[in-house]
Design a protein around this ligand. Structure first.
Ligand code: SF4
Length: 371
């Protein structure tokens, strides 16, 4: 298949769904660990195509959602520094911090610019030499190489007023944390396609080896996801566990060596705090010593009040896959995309937003529409 509509072909999708239904497997919980997968699964009605014995869980795959309040509060504090222009992605603007949001402090006069790429932030720094420009970059392994390239470019150009508040995170350690927590039973992972274009399949090998759990790296079209589910069930039925790549048109076993080189040149692996999970060892990226002068936390004195969570928001439980949005009594009543209480409703990749927009699993959806 070469064209997008072929990956959304209704007849082929229903054929895959029938094959999934016919698989003789015990009841299984499969977790997708990517916000883009979560949205695609809801948008295309994939849950409704699956037999009862196959349950889909959503994991901590939305970078906006897993950024804890303590980091959002730091970004807000930086934005309130009169000499700073804070640059960030649009999704971060409405995410509530402990006491405010970037949207609110911008309305109160802070200079916050919404950018599409870290390179836009670099350009803002070049255009505003009298100001300090801080890029608040959230993201996983997918976006971190671009940040690394911007840092290298800033170094090459000798730009002195560009800084980076690093909240980049790494997905495989979060998967290990979920497995070690024993809070949720997982029989297979639909591994993130975008992240895997960078890291390849090796970083997931510990999952089948140490935990005996199958993994399939999947693309984002409905047929990709259905095929990945079928591939997981084949492993489960055969009592096998390995990392398979369904998304072969984009993912190679060894990943992207150029992007990986950027990462290892600029960043060091460090412990990181995830919303709802806490500190996960070696799950974040910080600037390496050579590039430490770009680190906003070293360059500025950032003073914040103790972080606190929104009352009754269950984003933490949802990100660990132990609750669904329907179990949050604020869902769709107090908390909506227009008035989000937690980040899982703000982000377009958030699980609460996907349930709200596409109906969760208890609403009849048009199944796998031909687009
Ligand atoms: Fe938080 Fe809103 Fe989701 Fe409830 S519905 S968990 S308040 S984001």
């Amino acid at each position: 298949m070469r064209f997008i509509d072929e990956f959304r072909n209704s007849a082929a999708g229903h054929g895959l769904a029938v094959r999934i239904q016919e698989k003789k497997v015990r009841p299984v919980n499969l977790m997708e660990v990517c916000g883009t997968h979560t949205v695609a699964i809801f948008k295309h009605g994939i849950r409704q195509l699956l037999p009862e014995k196959v349950s889909m869980l959503s994991g901590p795959g939305c970078p906006v959602c897993v950024t804890p309040n303590v980091d959002i509060d730091k970004a807000i504090a930086l934005a309130q520094n009169g000499g700073v222009i804070l640059a960030t992605f649009g999704d971060m603007m409405k995410v509530p911090g402990s006491y405010s949001s970037l949207h609110q402090v911008k309305a109160a006069g802070a200079d916050i610019r919404v950018v599409y790429s870290v390179l836009d932030a670099l350009r803002i720094a070049q255009d505003n030499p009298r100001k300090s420009v801080v890029f608040f970059g959230v993201g996983f392994e997918t976006t971190a190489p671009t940040t690394a390239s911007a840092i290298l470019e800033a170094e090459r150009l000798g730009i002195k007023n560009f800084f980076f508040l690093s909240v980049h995170k790494l997905i495989p350690p979060a998967m290990r944390a979920l497995l070690d927590s024993d809070e949720v039973h997982i029989d297979g992972f639909v591994c993130p396609g975008h992240v895997s274009t960078i890291i390849g399949s090796h970083p997931y090998e510990f999952i089948p080896k140490e935990y005996g759990i199958p993994c399939v790296i999947a693309g984002f079209e409905p047929l990709d996801i259905l095929q990945a589910i079928e591939m997981l069930l084949v492993q489960v039925a055969a009592k096998e566990a390995r990392v398979d790549i369904q998304y072969r048109r984009a993912v190679r076993k060894q990943g992207n060596p150029i992007a990986l080189k950027y990462l290892s040149t600029v960043f060091e692996v460090t412990d990181a705090c995830w919303r709802g999970i806490g500190i996960i060892p070696e799950s974040g990226l910080k600037l390496g010593q050579k590039y430490g002068r770009f680190d906003a936390e070293s360059a500025f004195q950032i003073v914040t009040r103790p972080p606190r969570e929104a009352k009754d928001c269950r984003c933490g439980d949802i990100l660990r896959g132990v609750s669904t949005p329907r179990e949050c009594h604020l869902f769709a009543k107090v908390c909506t995309p227009e008035h989000p209480v937690g980040p899982c409703m703000v982000s377009t990749e958030g699980t609460c937003s996907a349930w709200y927009l596409y109906g969760g699993e208890d609403k009849a959806l048009p199944q796998l529409k031909e687009l």
